[in-house]
Structures are given as structure tokens and as C-alpha cells.
Design a binder for this molecule. Sequence first.
Ligand code: FMN
Length: 399
Amino acid sequence: MINGKKIALYVTGGIAVYKTVDLLRELIKYGAEVRVAMTKGAAEFVTPLTFQILSKHTVYIDTYAEDDPSIVNHINLADWADFSLVAPLTANTLAKMAHGIADNFVTSALLAVTRPIFTVPAMNGNMYRNTVTQENIEKLSNRGIYVMTPDTGFLAEGYSGEGRFPEKSRIIHELEAFMREKSESLPLKGRKILVTAGGTKERIDPVRYISNDSSGKMGHALAVEAWKRGADVVLISASQLDTPDYITRIPVESAEEMQKTVFDEFDDADAVIMAAAVSDYAPATVEKQKMKKKDTLTLSFKKNPDILRSLGEMKKTNQVLIGFAAETEDLIQYAEKKLNDKNADLIIANDVGKKDRGFNVDENEVTLLSRQSEPVTISLRSKSEISVEVIDWLVKNMN
Ligand SMILES: Cc1cc2nc3c(=O)[nH]c(=O)nc-3n(C[C@H](O)[C@H](O)[C@H](O)COP(=O)(O)O)c2cc1C
């Protein structure tokens, strides 16, 4: 969502300015092009030089420092940006924005912005709760400006309260959700995509289970990428990983539970990505009480449902079915067999026999096998980057 966006970052004079330095680095890491404007108050806390070095661009502070006669800097910045981000937003600048005051570079530029504005207020708890501040927030919200709710916690004043600058990850997540809402042409808009993730757990008794090394990272990355392209994502996950609030997540534990949930959600789904490592077997009986220690233990297993196969049999012509083949040998042969046996549209083959890729790590190398084209290998890279390629394939192959 953030990648490739032009973001004007407006920084105002609160104690949290130092946290905005880190936020700027994160935006750049996500692939945004960022230009910074500061109030004189903000420059009391962190020097403009810091922001200049990180953004690799002049920082705007003085409305009248017009170095280029062919443009007016504050109007130019307002027009340049796809998104404007005010972080931190002081009570003072908030009040000015609410009332259309344009008495410095930041407020003048913000008044000229016609594209979406996202703000991150941060201030003392009493300032935040003050009726006039709340009225100003309401005014901004009513105009379509996004106003984040600050965190509650330890404030610079030495006591706990509302008004803290939110955690960077929360800002990024809410900003991405805001950007998605404002984007008009997303290729998967209105499409429902089911994604399964994680290794299922098959209970032996109330405190013990059998599982596998799948962490759920691949499935979760795919869910986030599909969401970024506009899809309504339902993530059915057996993983312990967190997900952003904007992803609809249904937690499951066993293969049977996963099957039931997938079937419940399948009928109106446009695509299913089975990234979960579903256990092939489950204990034939689940003990009601914790088993007592014995000299030896023999367990007998029953075969679990083959969810991918069932989906391949059930799927309608307009539904796209994607599965994974996690193998430690003869990867491509097994994956090709799976593609045909299970009536899948795409099989993503990955080698789970190496320590640096596949299960339980951040990176993967995969080969995409479909009936339409020759196998395509995506070399070792982060699971988020792999997800971009997989969802690109999905976008191209969805009618
Ligand atoms: C040490 C210190 C910390 C401050 N922290 C905040 C803050 O977190 N939030 C806020 O709204 N104002 C804060 N202020 C007050 C603002 O700096 C002041 O209202 C100023 O006029 C804001 O100007 P600006 O909005 O143009 O940056 C702080 C002031 C000082 C001296």
C-alpha cells in the first residue's frame, strides 16, 4: 500500500517528534517517497537536518523561503503528495486545521491539500480530553480527515494517561487501511479470498498434541497481500502469529475444524489459498483426561480429511484454487502430481528440508506450477515478497 506512494510528512512541535524520525525511516523502508515540513516548534525538539538526511530532501519550515521562483513551496508540496501525514499533531496545529488558520508553512500547505490527510495526535492527557480538542477532532473527522486515537500509557509528564504517540506498527497498519479505503482501482476489490495458515494441531489429550513446523508466516503474508490488493480476506489460521486488525481471522486448531470452517466460507469465495500445513493424520482417539506416564506408549492414527482434494472436487469454474506442496525430495514431481490429482489451479512448491527457507523462517524459495505455463521459480526472498508474486498470479488468472 505504502510502496511507491508520495507522502508529505508534516511534523509539529510535541515531545513525540523523535518518534517520527523512526516513522519516517519505516515509511522509506516500505518504499514511500517522503518529503518533510516542520513547524518551528517541531524543530525545537529534533533538528530539520535529521529529517533532511533521512528523507534525502530539503525540509520545509519557513513559508517565505522561496528558493525556486517557478513554484510556491507550500502549494507545491500540497499538490505533490498522494497522502499527507501529520505526525505528531499538536493540540495547537489541530486547532488551526479545524479553523482553517494558515500562519506557517505546515498549516498553509495543509489548507491547500486536496488529497487524503491522515493525522496522529499526541499530547498531554488533559489537553487531549479537553472539550475544545475533542470538538476540533470531530471537525477534522467530519471533513474526512483521519484522526488516529492516541495510545494510553506512560506520558512524558511522568504519569499514565491518554494522548501517547501510538506504536509505529499501529500507525503503519492504520495508514495502510486508510490508503486502501481511499484507493479507487484495486484489482481484487469486491473479491472474497480465503487463506488458510499454520500447522494444524491434533490433540492426544487435553494438554498434548501432534503438529508440524509450519509457523503460519507464509499464509499470513499472503492474507495481508491479498488485502492490500482490495480483497475481502478471510484468514483461517491455526497459527499463533498476530494479524493486523483489518484482517478477518477465524482461529482453528485441528484439520477437522479447519475443513469445517473452510467449507462454511467456500461457497461465495472467489479464490482459496491453502497455505496451511494440514496434518495428514490425527490420533484415532482423544483421551478425555491427561494421560499418565507409562513405560511405553503406542498411539494409533486415523487419516485426516484432504481439504485441498475436496475443494478441487467442489470448486465451480469461476473459483481459483491454490495449494502448497511442501516436500523434502522430488519437489517438482510431487507438486505436478498434486496439481493434477487435486484439481488445483496453482501449486506452490517449496522445499521444507532446508533450514533457511520454508517452514518457520521469514524467507522462502518457491516454484509456481500451473497448467497454463511452464514452472516459474521465485528465488529466495522474504515471504512478503513471495506473496506479491503469488497474488500477481492470482490477479492475472482470475476472470
Ligand atoms: C517540552 C514540551 C513538550 C510539549 N509536548 C507537546 C505535545 O506532546 N503535544 C502538544 O500538543 N503540545 C506539546 N507542547 C506544546 C507545543 O509545543 C505548543 O503548543 C506549540 O505552540 C505547538 O506549536 P506547533 O503546533 O506549531 O508545532 C510541548 C511543549 C513543550 C515545551
